[in-house]
Design a protein around this ligand. Structure first.
Ligand SMILES: Cc1ncc(COP(=O)(O)O)c(C=O)c1O
Length: 468
C-alpha cells in the first residue's frame, strides 16, 4: 500500500495518548491526564488550536514561545513549499548555499551593527552550547557565569548554565567552570568577574522561568562589569527574541550591546527547527581560527534550506505585520487588564512581564477557609495552586497556558504576537471567572486540587530508582 499521510492521520487520530504511553514518555502522558491537558488537537491556525470536534482553544503557550507569528502562517508555509517545489540542492555541506547566506545577511541586519557574523544551529540549547564554546575559544578563558533561576537549555553545557536544581538533579557531574551568580546582584557578579578568568556571562533579558526581570540598572551595569574584566556578555534571546517582549530583542529594553546573541524558537515560525548565534567577526574567527579548524564547530542540519527559507519568511512577517508593535501594545493591555483584577481578587500578588511574555503571581488569601486550603495544597507541592488555575483556564475557558516553573504560584502567558483585543478580553474575562471560582470552598476547583494532591502523594510513595 502506498504511503498516504492524510489517510494515516484520519484513521488513527485519537490514538495519540495510547501511542505515547506505549512508545514515548508515559510519565508525561500521566501528568497530562491528571491535569486535564489530554486533549487531541486536530488543527491549528493563528492563535487558535482546534480539537477533533472543532472547538477552539486560545493558545497562550505558543509551543513555549515558538509561534510568535501565529500557527501555520501562510507566508512561512509558502516559503517551505517553494523550497520543496524547486527541488533545491540541500545540505551539500561542501559548498556555500544561497539561502543560508541570505538568512545570515538578514539576521546580521536586524541585530546591532557591531555584530556581523552568524552561525546556524537547530535548537536553543545548541545555540547556547555554541555561544559558550565561542566564548571560551575566543577569550582563552574557561569560566562561564549564569544567573540563579536561569534556563538556557538541557544539554550538558546549557544545563550547567541552567541554574535550577530541578533540571540539574540526577544528571551530574555538570560542566566544570560554569558558576551561578545571584539574580540581580551586581556585587556577586563583580566578585566573580574580578578574578579575570571569566570567558562569558550569559543571561536571559527576561527570565523564562517565573518571568523575572532584574532592576533597570542591572543589565547596563553588568555589561560594563563584563567589559571591565574582559568577559563577554551573551544575551540568550532564545525566548525573548524576535518581538516576544515588545522589542525585536529583549536586550533593547536597556540599549545593551551584547557580544553574542543566541536565538531560536520563533526564528523559523514554528515549522522547522532553526537557531542562530550572532557575534562579532573577531569572536567568530577565534573559533574557526585556522584552515584545519574550518568546521571545528558545526552541525549537520544547521544550514538546511527549509529552516533558512522559513527564517527569511518569518522575519519578513514580523516586519510586514508589525508584530513587535502589536506585541508591545497587546501585551500591555493584558498586563493592565489582569493587574486591574487585583482590586477584586486578593489572590493576585503581581502581574509582570514585557510585551507578550507575562506572568501572574498569586499569594495566600486572607479568608480563613481559603487560607487553610491554600496551606494544605502548598504543603504537598508549591506549584499546585497555579496548576489549578491553569487547568481551570483550559477546562472552563479553553485557554492553554502553563505554570511558570517548579514550586511557584505563577501562571505564565506566552501568546502569539498576533493576538488582538478579542483574545485579550477573553483571557482577562477567563481569569476573572477562574479567580471567582477558586474562592468557592468547598467547590469544584478545590476538589480538582485535592485530586492533584492525591496523585502527587501516590507518585512520591512509588518513587524508586529504575533498572536495578
Ligand atoms: C532562554 C532559553 N534558552 C535556551 C532554551 C533552550 O531551547 P531549546 O528548547 O530549543 O533547546 C530555552 C527554551 O525554552 C530558553 O527559553
Amino acid at each position: 500500500m502506498a504511503f498516504d499521510l492524510k489517510e494515516t492521520i484520519t484513521a488513527r487520530q485519537g490514538e495519540n495518548y495510547d501511542l505515547h504511553h506505549h512508545h514515548v514518555n508515559r510519565t508525561l502522558v500521566k501528568v497530562l491526564g491528571t491535569i486535564g491537558f489530554d486533549k487531541v488537537y486536530a488543527r491549528a491556525e493563528g492563535c487558535y488550536l482546534y480539537d477533533m470536534d472543532g472547538r477552539d482553544y486560545l493558545d497562550f503557550l505558543s509551543g513555549y514561545g515558538v509561534y510568535n507569528m501565529g500557527r501555520n502562517h501562510p507566508v512561512i508555509r509558502k516559503a517551505i513549499e517553494d523550497v520543496l517545489e524547486m527541488d533545491l540542492p540541500n545540505m551539500v555541506q561542501m559548498d556555500c548555499a544561497l539561502l543560508s547566506g541570505l538568512l545570515a545577511e538578514k539576521v546580521v541586519a536586524i541585530t546591532p551593527p557591531h555584530l556581523d557574523a552568524c552561525f546556524f544551529a537547530n535548537s536553543g540549547t545548541e545555540a547556547v552550547e555554541g555561544a559558550m564554546k565561542f566564548a571560551r575559544a575566543s577569550t582563552g578563558r574557561t569560566r562561564i557565569l549564569s544567573m540563579s533561576g536561569s534556563y538556557h537549555g538541557l544539554s550538558y553545557g546549557s544545563l550547567s548554565a541552567t541554574q535550577n536544581d530541578h533540571f540539574q538533579e540526577g544528571f551530574g557531574p555538570l560542566l566544570p567552570g560554569v558558576e551561578k551568580v545571584q539574580f540581580n546582584d551586581l556585587t556577586d557578579l563583580e566578585a566573580k568577574l574580578a578574578t579575570g578568568d571569566v570567558a562569558a556571562f550569559i543571561a536571559e533579558p527576561v527570565q523564562g522561568k517565573g518571568v523575572h526581570i532584574p532592576d533597570d540598572h542591572y543589565f547596563p551595569a553588568a555589561q560594563d562589569l563584563c567589559r571591565k574584566y574582559g568577559a563577554l556578555f551573551i544575551a540568550d534571546e532564545v525566548q525573548t527574541g524576535l518581538g516576544r517582549t515588545g522589542k525585536l530583542f529583549g536586550f533593547q529594553h536597556w540599549d545593551l550591546e551584547p557580544d553574542i546573541i543566541t536565538m531560536a524558537k520563533a526564528l523559523s515560525g514554528g515549522y522547522v527547527p532553526c537557531a542562530a548565534i550572532v557575534t562579532r567577526r573577531k569572536i567568530y574567527q577565534g573559533v574557526f581560527s585556522r584552515l584545519d579548524r574550518c568546521v571545528v564547530h558545526s552541525t549537520t542540519f544547521g544550514r538546511n534550506n527549509l529552516a533558512m527559507a522559513a527564517g527569511l519568511a518569518a522575519i519578513q512577517v514580523i516586519e510586514d505585520e508589525k508584530l513587535i508593535e502589536n506585541s508591545a501594545k497587546m501585551g500591555q493591555k493584558l498586563i493592565d487588564g489582569l493587574a486591574a483584577l487585583a482590586s477584586k481578587h486578593e489572590l493576585i500578588k503581581e502581574v509582570r512581564g514585557k510585551g507578550c511574555m507575562l506572568a501572574i503571581e498569586f499569594q495566600q488569601p486572607k479568608s480563613l477557609k481559603l487560607k487553610m486550603a491554600w496551606k494544605a495544597i502548598h504543603a504537598v507541592d508549591k506549584g499546585l495552586f497555579a496548576q489549578m488555575v491553569v487547568s481551570s483556564l483550559l477546562d472552563k475557558h479553553r485557554i492553554l497556558s502553563h505554570v511558570a516553573g517548579h514550586n511557584m504560584d505563577v501562571v505564565k502567558l506566552l501568546p502569539p504576537l498576533t493576538i488582538g483585543e478579542k483574545e485579550v478580553e477573553r483571557c482577562i474575562r477567563a481569569f476573572d471567572e477562574v479567580l471567582a471560582d477558586v474562592t468557592k470552598f468547598p467547590g469544584p476547583m478545590w476538589e480538582f486540587g485535592t485530586n492533584l494532591v492525591k496523585t502527587a502523594l501516590s507518585q512520591r510513595k512509588q518513587k524508586q530508582p529504575v533498572g536495578v
